[in-house]
Design a protein around this ligand. Structure first.
Ligand code: MG
Length: 231
């Protein structure tokens, strides 16, 4: 029996990935590390440190120093903060209301490390989320694609993997959820091909949060599917 839905945040609850892609690719390029926006989407969910080292190894042949990591990450954050505030993802509120009406818990599992996260979430989605049912970068040792964030989400909700569903948009997030043994719905809200999400372990790949909201009842009644591609 389903007891909870675990939601990723960027690219699922908020349409924030275009801003992240812009800020990462511009900040990295300023430091001589050429990063295309698509690569930002491929690495979504990884820690800033991990992402920077992938590029520094490619272009410099070594890991970035802590000082370099800090400088690049600060430049990315500064640029990100000049961009317009990301809006709630279309369809997300509708879906959250359906989940709440069914009496299921709503859990956030994000790699984000923002202290103002709860305020932002509550402003966009009032009365949906509880602070004790949120997993952020502060709660875990290993970020996605490690299953730890999703296992922590299950622990906080006090449930088993087969009592939950995950909603994710990123390949590494899908990998993490799949590795935690949870049925994973991928919503493809970015530029990547559906196959990338399927190969990461998604049980279902859908085109948008609106699509998921519109077909929620039908989707949660499906059991034991292989991988369903809706596009
Ligand atoms: Mg995401």
């Amino acid at each position: 029996m389903l007891k909870a839905v675990l939601f990723d945040m960027d690219g699922v609850l908020f349409d924030s990935m275009p801003n992240h892609a812009y800020a990462w690719s511009h900040a990295m390029t300023d430091f001589g590390l050429k990063m295309e926006p698509e690569e930002v989407y491929m690495n979504e969910g990884r820690t800033g440190h991990g992402t920077i080292n992938i590029l520094s190894n490619r272009y410099w042949g070594r890991n970035a120093t802590d000082e370099e990591v800090q400088k690049i990450y600060d430049a990315k954050s500064a640029l990100f903060n000049t961009l317009p505030e990301p809006q709630p993802m279309p369809g997300a509120m509708e879906l959250l209301n359906k989940v709440r009406a069914q009496g299921m818990m709503r859990v956030i599992v994000t790699g984000s490390a923002t202290h103002a996260l709860l305020d932002r979430v509550n402003a966009a989605y009032p009365d949906i989320f509880l602070p004790e049912l949120m997993v952020t970068a502060f709660d875990v040792k290993h970020g996605k694609p490690n299953p730890e964030p999703y296992l922590m989400g299950l622990k906080k909700a006090n449930i088993q993997a087969d009592e939950a569903i995950v909603v994710e948009n990123a390949p590494l997030g899908v990998q993490a959820a799949h590795a935690a043994g949870i049925f994973t719905i991928a919503v493809n809200t970015g530029p990547l091909k559906d196959e990338v999400l399927k190969e990461a372990g998604a049980d279902i790949v859908l085109p948008s949060m609106q699509y998921l909201a519109d077909h929620w009842e039908e989707i949660v009644s499906i059991d034991n599917v292989q991988c369903i591609m809706y596009n």
